[in-house]
Design a binder for this molecule. Structure first.
Ligand SMILES: Cc1cc2nc3c(=O)[nH]c(=O)nc-3n(C[C@H](O)[C@H](O)[C@H](O)COP(=O)(O)O)c2cc1C
Length: 426
């Protein structure tokens, strides 16, 4: 795929943050097509047909999610764009927001039309000051041109978009934490069911979609479901943004077909591992997913293939670690993040994340014991699937996988403790 779609701003001389540049470049054609030539159910059916799966982490089919909005509901329906981008290693959505905001707005107009929403929100991470300004400017321009507000394209459609700034909390990226936060409450996730499509923000039917998912919607409508399905695996196709960071020559965000191999992304697009170093491990989808060893990178980066390989595509945030990496230290850093970010609502997460971090600090500082390794694993195991949201799983999965994939680093940490503890057998 040579032509960039989501990162088209890199290929054009137009300033896509300006509505005139965006329209000159063919912008808002897809929204016009949807609102003036398709009924809402047709839009949803086309998105369903495209097999577009959510880019926020879970990979849930977008069109199917939209179809869960109760038919004929007398309550207002809301669309929430998740621009929290809170998963460590992830920096893809901000490329769209800062460089091509109308692409997102156009996707949102189409999605809002499909689900019957008059008021849509973009929940943006508080720290994204630039993105916030770019969005506010783009939205103001869209109102001026009559692309937001009442009677869009001369139809009966009314769609408004509001930007809501978060305060920078990982948990507010979780869809029900995000909903609570928009309602002005602490970002404590809700039990599901009921799912947001039935009982979401302000108790009304709500769809939460990621920035990249909504940007894809514009292209599905413009170019058709078959075009979308022709890119990558049929079970979850389309253009995909892969963010790659860590020990590589050219870190960045790369737009490639869904299902590009992890090896190709690291070795070809990101220019390979740091000069003179060898690959040790890779986190393929943001810090919450299980780590892979260097000999496990011949995997297609799509939802099903990465799951088959024992990890998750998640937010496709690839974190590369070369052979200078001490996996105990790396895991300690990750554990610190989850401990800091736990909302504290559920005991296994509130207590477990702190316990994990405490043990990892001990191991890293050369004060660990062989028992610590077993305790780490058992605490992590006890956190899986036992909380309101999957944040506890997000904290536990890396721990279990680092222990399993790099046992020698953890044994070394115990053995170098240089104290009375008996060495751990290899
Ligand atoms: C702890 C946690 C943090 C999350 N953070 C984000 C985030 O920052 N951005 C995002 O789009 N999805 C995030 N998600 C996933 C959302 O809950 C939700 O699945 C997603 O926004 C749905 O959009 P999609 O179907 O388009 O992927 C997070 C999930 C969890 C459990």
């Amino acid at each position: 795929m040579s032509e960039k779609v989501l990162l088209h701003y890199q290929d054009t001389s137009e300033d896509l943050t300006d509505i005139l540049g965006y329209v000159d470049d063919g912008g808002y054609r897809a929204a016009r097509k949807a609102l003036t030539t398709m009924i809402p159910e047709e839009v949803t059916a086309t998105v369903k047909e495209s097999n577009l799966r959510g880019r926020g982490g879970a990979g849930f089919p977008a069109g199917l999610k939209w179809s869960f909005i109760p038919k004929g509901t007398d309550k207002p329906v809301y669309l929430l764009c998740n621009a929290d981008e809170s998963e460590p290693g992830t920096f893809k959505d901000r490329q769209i927001i800062e460089n091509d905001p109308h692409q997102l707005l156009e996707g949102m107009i189409i999605a809002a039309y499909a689900i019957g929403c008059k008021h849509a929100y973009i929940y943006i991470r508080g720290e994204f000051g630039r993105g916030y300004k770019v969005l506010e400017h783009a939205i103001a321009q869209a109102y001026e041109k009559g692309l937001l507000g009442k009677e869009i394209f001369g139809t009966m459609a009314e769609i408004n978009i509001h930007v809501h700034r978060g305060a920078g909390a990982y948990i507010c990226g979780e869809e029900t934490g995000l909903i609570e936060s928009i309602e002005g409450k602490r970002g404590h996730p809700r039990n599901k069911p009921p799912f947001p499509a039935v009982y979401g923000v302000f108790g009304c039917p709500t769809i939460v979609n990621n920035v990249e998912t909504l940007a894809c919607v514009k292209h599905v409508i413009e170019k058709g479901a078959d075009w979308f399905k022709s890119i990558g695996p049929e079970s979850g196709p389309g253009p995909k943004l892969y963010g790659i960071s860590g020990h590589v020559q050219r870190p960045g965000v790369y737009e490639l077909p869904m299902g590009t191999s992890l090896r190709e992304i690291i070795e070809v697009h990101a220019g390979g591992v740091t000069a003179g170093r060898k690959l040790k491990g890779v986190i393929p989808g943001g810090s919450s997913v299980p780590v892979l060893r260097a000999d496990e990178i011949d995997v297609a980066m799509d939802f099903d293939s990465v799951a088959k390989a024992g990890s998750m595509l998640g937010s496709a945030a690839i974190i590369v670690m070369d052979d200078s990496t001490d996996m105990v230290k790396a895991l300690r850093t990750i554990a610190h993040f989850y401990h800091h970010e736990s909302c504290g609502q559920c005991t296994p997460c509130r207590e477990g994340t702190g316990w994990l971090e405490k043990i990892l600090i001990r191991l890293d500082e050369g004060k660990g014991t062989p028992e610590d390794l077993a305790t780490l694993d058992s605490v992590a195991k006890g956190m899986l699937g036992n909380t309101v949201c999957v944040m506890a799983d997000a904290a536990a999965m890396p721990v279990r996988s680092f222990l399993e994939k790099f046992p020698e680093d953890f044994r070394d940490a115990v053995n170098r403790a240089g104290k009375t503890a008996s060495p751990v057998a290899a």
